[in-house]
Design a protein around this ligand. Structure first.
Ligand code: AMP
Length: 274
């Protein structure tokens, strides 16, 4: 892959990169769309990265369907589909490891210790192999976008990080590979996550942060059987507590259903303090 990339760069081709864990859906494909519009060549990776899963998480049963992914990627206009194995990417014992220290003590970083260490590690490897000018990430994983931007800035990767809006089902549920693990009943309830976020976004100018979170909590407890992992409102992308209600703010949540942990968020800009 690195050989192909070097050759493309030598021929002045711009490389757009879409890293994924596969089991592709329209969310992934919208990143591909953005890449094919902005770059000459689009590289997608499919790699379920063991480093970013905790010991009790769903690495083993993360959904996979490579045949279907190849077809979807081809139809979407992906030029290179890079599907390395664990041994291809990582030496047996890494001589240098990475720790994501900022923007990771909240949200998924707090619930999934080590998760973002795994994310920055795999992206460092993938960025060095693929050598893209632009890399595309979904806003559904807003904390990931914030952490990756931090990585790229701190270590001067010559890469532009481009964030792409969340693609949703018609009822508002954010598309996710993990949605297939919702039971029928949970699938009916799942749109309440985005409903809670939209309600909160509307209410936030008139309510305190604490009250908004409490109302979201009650709403989700009433309308879903999932266990609320977190509901947080923070400045974005710094992911610091909101002291003054102004500027860019993220309302984010995670709900654990029986076999699927779902996350969603909304980012809004508050004009003035009320
Ligand atoms: P994943 O395969 O879940 O690691 O996702 C790969 C990339 O696709 C990440 O940058 C995600 O943020 C992005 N992505 C996943 N779901 C969506 C969605 N519903 N809308 C937009 N981007 C998404």
């Amino acid at each position: 892959m690195q050989g192909f990339s070097k050759e493309l760069i030598r021929h002045n081709q711009t490389i757009g990169f879409v890293p994924t864990m596969g089991f592709l859906h329209e969310g992934h494909l919208s990143l591909v769309d953005q890449s094919t519009n902005a770059c000459d060549v689009t590289v997608m990776s499919i790699f379920v990265n063991p480093l970013q899963f905790g010991p009790n998480e769903d690495f083993e049963r993360y959904p996979r369907n490579i045949e279907q992914d190849i077809e979807l990627a081809r139809r979407a206009g992906v030029d290179f589909l890079f599907c390395p194995t664990v041994d291809d990417l990582y030496q047996k014992e890494l001589p240098v490891t990475m720790t994501a220290t900022k923007r990771t003590n909240v949200l998924c970083g707090a619930s999934r210790p080590g998760h973002f260490d795994g994310v920055v590690s795999v992206l460092t490897v993938l960025f060095n192999i693929v050598q893209p000018q632009k890399a595309f990430f979904g806003r559904k994983d807003a904390q990931q976008v914030a952490v990756v931007q931090g990585l790229v800035d701190a270590y001067h990767f010559p890469i532009e990080v481009i964030a792409v809006d969340t693609v949703r089902e018609e009822d508002g549920l954010a598309k996710s590979s993990r949605n297939v693990y919702l039971t029928d009943e949970e699938r009916q309830q799942a749109p309440m996550l985005s409903r809670a976020l939209n309600n909160a976004a509307e209410a936030l100018s008139d309510k305190s942060i604490e009250q908004t979170i409490e109302d979201m909590n009650s709403f989700l407890k009433e309308t879903t059987s999932g266990k609320i992992d977190y509901i947080q409102i923070l400045h974005y992308p710094e992911l610091e507590p909101v002291v003054e209600k102004k500027g860019k703010i993220i309302i984010a949540l995670a709900v654990q259903f029986a076999y699927a942990r779902l996350i969603d968020n909304i980012v809004l800009t508050l004009k003035e303090e009320k």
